[in-house]
Design a protein around this ligand. Structure first.
Ligand code: PXP
Length: 236
């Protein structure tokens, strides 16, 4: 199972002061030292966290694969063609949302998604579509020539009862199998954490998980003791 670490949340912290740190580029290097197989970043149209400078440096410094999450629009296609990530994951994007809220509705945006997919593939960038775990979305992804899908695990992660969680997991399993049957590479992500990840990691067809928030949150807590000690040493 490959792990993609999403470093957007480090950039969110940097943007809180519009300063230089914490630098998502440094976070990506450390994530790779920790075993991340992929660095994932979402350059939003409003550049609210990760920006063009981050993408430019990460393209040069990441040793594993670089996965750019982007909206299926011309300016983002231009950006991707300029920087050439290994994979582009097309995601829906709304300005007012806190984070990506749902998967792409591939059928309703078929022409635009197909056009952007073609442009990326022609440049050698693998295309993945972030979709809800629904067989219809998987079939539509295949029809627009995507090479991979990333299944949205948000509803599974938010399920409050065992019954709901089991039902959402079954949807992810069914969608994974449908995608694999069509020859699509299968990734999953959104909301995965240290308590809910294992049943998803156990699905044979899924070969990659993209996880951000839970890892960065844990890093804040596991790193606090050392950070305070370093400051105490300085001011002693
Ligand atoms: N995959 C996609 C497509 C996403 O948009 C996100 C959130 O940025 C993630 C994975 C990671 O989600 P989380 O930060 O909740 O782990």
């Amino acid at each position: 199972m490959r792990l993609g670490v999403n470093i957007d949340h480090v950039a969110t912290l940097r943007q809180a002061r519009r300063g230089k740190y914490p630098d998502p580029v440094a976070a990506a290097a450390l994530a790779e030292l920790g075993g991340a197989d992929q660095i994932t970043l979402h350059v939003r149209e409003d550049r609210r966290h990760v920006n063009d400078r981050d993408l430019e440096i990460l393209r040069k410094t990441v040793n594993g694969t670089l996965n750019l999450e982007m909206a299926a629009v011309q300016p983002m296609l231009d950006l991707a063609l300029h920087h050439r990530p290994d994979t582009a994951t097309l995601v829906p994007e709304r300005r007012e949302e806190l984070t990506t809220e749902g998967g792409l509705d591939v059928g309703s945006h078929r022409d635009e998604i197909k056009r952007v997919t073609r442009g990326l593939r022609d440049a050698g960038v693998e295309v993945s579509l972030f979709v809800d775990p629904e067989v219809e979305q998987i079939k539509a992804s295949h029809r627009v020539d995507a090479q991979a899908v990333e299944l949205h695990t948000g509803r599974y992660c938010e399920a409050r009862t065992n019954k709901d969680r089991a039902r959402e997991l079954a949807r992810i399993i069914e969608a994974s199998k449908a995608a694999a049957r069509l020859g699509l590479r299968v990734a999953a992500g959104h909301g995965l954490d240290y308590w809910n990840v294992q049943p998803v990691a156990g699905i044979d067809e899924i070969t990659e998980l993209n996880i951000g928030y839970a890892i960065i949150c844990r890093a804040v807590l596991t790193g606090i003791e050392r950070a305070v000690r370093d400051m105490k040493d300085l001011i002693k």
